[in-house]
Design a protein around this ligand. Structure first.
Ligand code: DC
Length: 221
């Protein structure tokens, strides 16, 4: 199987790029952030403080997460319910970021990710795909962009979905999450030594796609 890992900070354009690549190459796109967001959502719905490590770990035994692909689109089922839309609520970003720092949460989601990549050609995006989940991926891309570019993109994305927020709020959320995600003790969002760095600050989606396709061709042709 061919495994392509795309890691990088929030809002760098990983999901847009990964979706385009998956379509172009005929691979399955696996959005691992959705798994962490589902855990966050469970804590939110259960009134569990995402910083209360013991309570989060205890709650894991009540959670069943499944990934299904329907018409080529990933759907996440949390205890049997499709949570694809609710996990995109802005509050869920911070819930996911906080709970994802807990090693037990990461261990809980390990097999589901590895299994996917074992059985399918995948483009998988996340934070630790190239370093922890798929250390043997044939291609690893670490996608970055300036915080301002990322905040602008995410703000536009949320506005298009009718989710109300301000640019300043989105920017401060991104900076806070970067800090959480890159400094945590387990699986911090850092580039694997063999990852290729791609800076999309001054690229549109098509340019980023072309750049990524070149990187992929170099590695697997
Ligand atoms: O990619 P995203 O914004 O949907 O991810 C939500 C949070 O989940 C993010 O702040 C960090 C965490 N995450 C992670 O720790 N590891 C991953 N592979 C994917 C996401």
């Amino acid at each position: 199987m061919i495994n392509i890992a795309i890691d990088g900070p929030s809002g760098a354009g990983k999901s847009t790029l990964a979706k385009m690549l998956a379509k172009k190459l005929g691979y399955i796109y696996v959005d691992t952030g959705a798994l962490y967001r589902s855990i966050g959502l469970y804590m939110f719905d259960s009134g569990i403080n995402p910083k209360d490590k013991d309570a989060v770990i205890e709650a894991l035994s009540n959670i069943k997460i499944e990934l299904r692909f329907e018409n080529g689109t990933q759907k996440v089922y949390l205890n049997g319910t499709d949570v694809k839309d609710r996990i995109r609520l802005p509050e869920m970003s911070m819930y996911a970021s906080l709970t994802s720092a807990i090693p037990e949460v990461r261990a809980f989601l390990l097999d589901i990710q590895k299994d996917m990549a074992k059985k399918n050609n995948v483009i998988m995006d996340g934070r630790d795909i190239g370093t922890v989940i798929l250390p043997d991926a044939q291609v690893k891309i670490f996608l970055v962009a300036s915080s301002e570019t990322r905040a602008k993109r995410r703000y536009k994305e949320l506005a298009e979905k009718g989710i109300e927020t301000s640019y300043e709020e989105v920017l401060s959320d991104i900076i806070k999450r970067d800090e959480n995600d890159s400094t945590r003790a387990v699986a911090p969002a850092v580039a694997a030594p063999d990852a290729v760095l791609l800076d999309s600050s001054d690229m549109n989606a098509d340019e980023a796609l072309d750049a990524a396709l070149k990187i992929i061709e170099d590695k697997i042709r």
